[in-house]
Design a protein around this ligand. Structure first.
Ligand code: NAP
Length: 312
């Protein structure tokens, strides 16, 4: 007998206001997959971009579908060949680009990691997309070395606040842009310098950067070349709307992805448990208030992360 579940779906690309909680079929795990009873979800700009159709080209299906990428919960069932988890394990991970804002979500085992006991489900659910993207921007694509000068655009945002912490933990000197109201927050994450991007052009306050991490995009990315050393590098988390080349250099558009063996998620969980780099939650919304959470993300001024709570 097919079982149903509550989930957040969209029927068409009409924006986050049109996202609705409805009844959907509960998924079943196939070979190598895990079914998670979701306790909390992390909210990312991806989720409202899915709703308004601006990332439709990256999706493997068309509406109607369930939105949501980041989850934390408890393993309900495992498919054939699953070795990393057993029923009852508390886990967190990124289920893909869709399917996470639901009572149950199914995903490949390498997209999950064991939830550190010290973290709440809401905290753990806010690790995957922001953490793995920050990790790839700095290390996989950025080849960050200890002692390098790192400049982060939007150091208070979901990706940016993770970049600040991971770069500092790796021994970098970290400079971040943010508004005056979040300067204390960003310094508290470990930034050596903060630059108020409303106070004047950041180019006047920053120079000699080895590695710039852009999380704003567009003209901000273009202007950031000016603060780099001659051989300085730049990576961005934002799908390109401007050329990524500057002379003989090219910025890398990094897409945060789980490793085949789940190693980067395991590492992010460990760093969070040790308090070296962890998501900072601005607000936790009830599942029923998902539209408010999506609208808050879309407004573009989240400091840290926001989450949805399904089960305490
Ligand atoms: N490639 C990938 O795999 C991937 C993964 C995650 C995210 N992304 C993309 O990366 C971008 C950032 O994501 P996110 O989760 O970090 O977004 P977010 O949490 O919504 O970012 C909000 C933050 O951006 C700050 N901000 C906005 N404009 C700024 C500016 N000009 N200078 C400095 N700070 C500025 C805001 O600060 P104030 O409130 O002070 O304005 C706020 O703290 C989005 O486009 C997202 O879709 C891509």
């Amino acid at each position: 007998m097919n079982q149903t579940m509550k989930a957040v779906g969209i029927a068409s690309y009409d924006g986050p206001n049109a996202a609705m909680i409805g009844d959907f079929l509960r998924p079943a795990p196939g070979p190598g997959e895990v079914l998670v009873r979701v306790h909390a979800c992390g909210v990312n700009p991806l989720d409202w971009k899915v709703c308004d159709g601006s990332v439709a080209a990256f999706l493997s299906s068309s509406p109607p579908f369930i939105i949501g990428a980041d989850v934390a919960g408890v393993v309900e069932a495992v498919g054939e060949g699953v070795t990393r988890f057993v029923v009852g394990d508390a886990v967190f991970g990124q289920v893909g680009l869709l399917g996470g804002f639901a009572e149950y979500a199914v995903t490949a085992q390498n997209r999950l990691s064991k939830k550190p006991a010290k973290l709440s489900f809401a905290e753990a659910a806010c690790i995957p997309v922001s953490g793995s993207t920050a990790h790839d921007l700095l290390f996989k694509d950025g080849q960050l070395q200890p002692g390098e000068r790192v400049f982060v655009q939007a150091g208070a945002g979901g990706v940016g606040h993770y970049v600040v912490q991971l770069a500092k933990d790796a021994g970098a000197y970290v400079i971040a842009t943010c508004s005056a109201g979040s300067a204390e927050f960003v310094r508290g994450l470990g930034a050596d310098e903060v630059v108020d991007y409303h106070a004047g052009p950041f180019e006047q306050a920053v120079r000699d950067i080895d590695l710039a991490i852009d999380t704003v995009g567009d003209t901000i990315l273009t202007r950031t070349w000016a603060v780099l050393k001659p051989a300085g590098r730049m990576n961005t988390s934002v799908p390109p709307t401007v050329p990524l080349t500057h002379g003989d250099r090219t910025a890398i558009f990094s897409v945060g992805k789980p490793d085949d063996d789940g190693a980067n998620l395991d590492r992010l969980g460990q760093l969070a448990a040790e308090g070296r780099a962890k998501p900072r939650l601005q607000q936790v919304f009830a599942f029923a208030d998902v539209v408010d959470a999506l609208e808050l993300s879309k407004a573009g001024h989240v400091h840290g992360k926001i989450a949805l709570q399904l089960i305490d």
